[in-house]
Design a protein around this ligand. Structure first.
Ligand code: GTP
Ligand code: MG
Length: 234
C-alpha cells in the first residue's frame, strides 16, 4: 500500500455527515451511510503527495479513539450540521480537546454541512447526481427550513480555536477562508473544501517528511483523552 505523507481528519458529532462528505468527494456520490464504527480512511493522491483522509465516529461510545486518529494530523475538519446548533457547540465541548495530538502547525476548517436543507441552501444542480436509487426516489426532497447556524457562528468558533491554541490570527489562514458551508447531498463546496486543504497542508507534509515523523495510527499508544466539557475558552 502507498504510504501516506500527510493526514487530514474529519471530526464532529454523529449524523452531521462526515462519512457522506468523504464519500461525495472520493466516490462522487451520495450513498446511504451507516453510523461509523471506530474510523476508516481514504488515500488521496494530490500532486506528488499521498494524503490520508480519516473518517471518525461521532458516537459518544467511540469518543476516546478521536485523539488517536488526530495524532500528527496536518488538518482537522470540524464538521457540524447547519440545522443543529448543538452540533456546533459539541465541536468546542467534545471534539476540540481531541486535537491536542495533532501536528503543531495543524490547520482547522469549520464545516457546516446539510446546507441543502435550508431555505438559503445550496444550488440544486447536482441534487440527483450520484444519489443511490433508494434516496433519490424516496418521496421527494424534504421542505427547506431557515438555517439554524449562521456562518458568523462558525467564524466565531474558528477565532476561539486559534485563541485556545494560542495561535496568532495573523499567522493563520483567515476565518473566512477556513469556514465552509457544504452539502454532501448536492456536492456543494465539497471539492472546494478538500482541495483547499490539500494545497494548504503541503508545507506541513514537507516539514513532517524532513523531520521523519510517522503518519501511522498506533492503537497501542492509545491514551484516554482529556475532556473539555466546560468549553475551550470561556
Ligand atoms: N440532506 C442532507 N443529508 C445529509 C447530508 N450529509 C449527510 N446527510 C445524511 O445524514 C445522515 C448521516 O450522515 P453520515 O455521513 O452517516 O453522518 P456521520 O457524521 O458520518 O455520522 P457518524 O458516522 O455516526 O459519526 C445520513 O442519513 C445522510 O444521508 C447533506 O449534505 N444533506
Ligand atoms: Mg460516519
Amino acid at each position: 500500500m502507498r504510504k501516506p505523507d500527510g493526514k487530514i481528519v474529519l471530526l464532529g458529532d454523529m449524523n452531521v455527515g462526515k462519512t457522506s462528505l468523504l464519500q461525495r468527494y472520493m466516490e462522487r456520490r451520495f450513498p446511504d451511510t451507516v453510523s461509523t464504527v471506530g474510523g476508516a480512511f481514504y488515500l488521496k493522491q494530490w500532486r506528488s503527495y499521498n494524503i490520508s483522509i480519516w473518517d471518525t465516529a461521532g458516537r459518544e461510545q467511540f469518543h476516546g479513539l478521536g485523539s488517536m486518529y488526530c495524532r500528527g494530523a496536518a488538518a482537522i475538519i470540524l464538521t457540524y450540521d447547519v440545522n443543529h446548533p448543538q452540533s456546533l457547540v459539541e465541536l468546542e465541548d467534545r471534539f476540540l480537546g481531541l486535537t491536542e495530538t495533532a501536528s503543531k502547525d495543524c490547520l482547522f476548517a469549520i464545516v457546516g454541512n446539510k446546507v441543502d436543507l435550508t431555505e438559503e441552501g445550496a444550488p440544486e444542480s447536482l441534487e440527483q447526481e450520484g444519489c443511490s436509487p433508494g434516496k433519490a426516489g424516496s418521496g421527494g426532497a424534504p421542505p427547506r427550513v431557515p438555517k439554524q447556524v449562521q456562518p458568523e457562528d462558525a467564524v466565531a468558533l474558528y477565532k476561539k480555536i486559534l485563541k485556545y491554541k494560542m495561535l496568532d490570527e495573523k499567522d493563520m489562514p483567515a476565518a473566512e477562508q477556513m469556514c465552509f458551508e457544504t452539502s454532501a447531498k448536492t456536492g456543494y463546496n465539497v471539492d472546494l473544501l478538500f482541495e483547499t486543504l490539500f494545497d494548504m497542508v503541503v508545507p506541513t507534509i514537507l516539514r513532517q517528511r524532513a523531520e521523519g515523523l510517522s503518519q501511522t495510527v498506533d492503537i497501542t499508544s492509545y491514551k484516554p483523552p482529556k475532556r473539555t466539557r466546560s468549553g475551550c475558552c470561556a
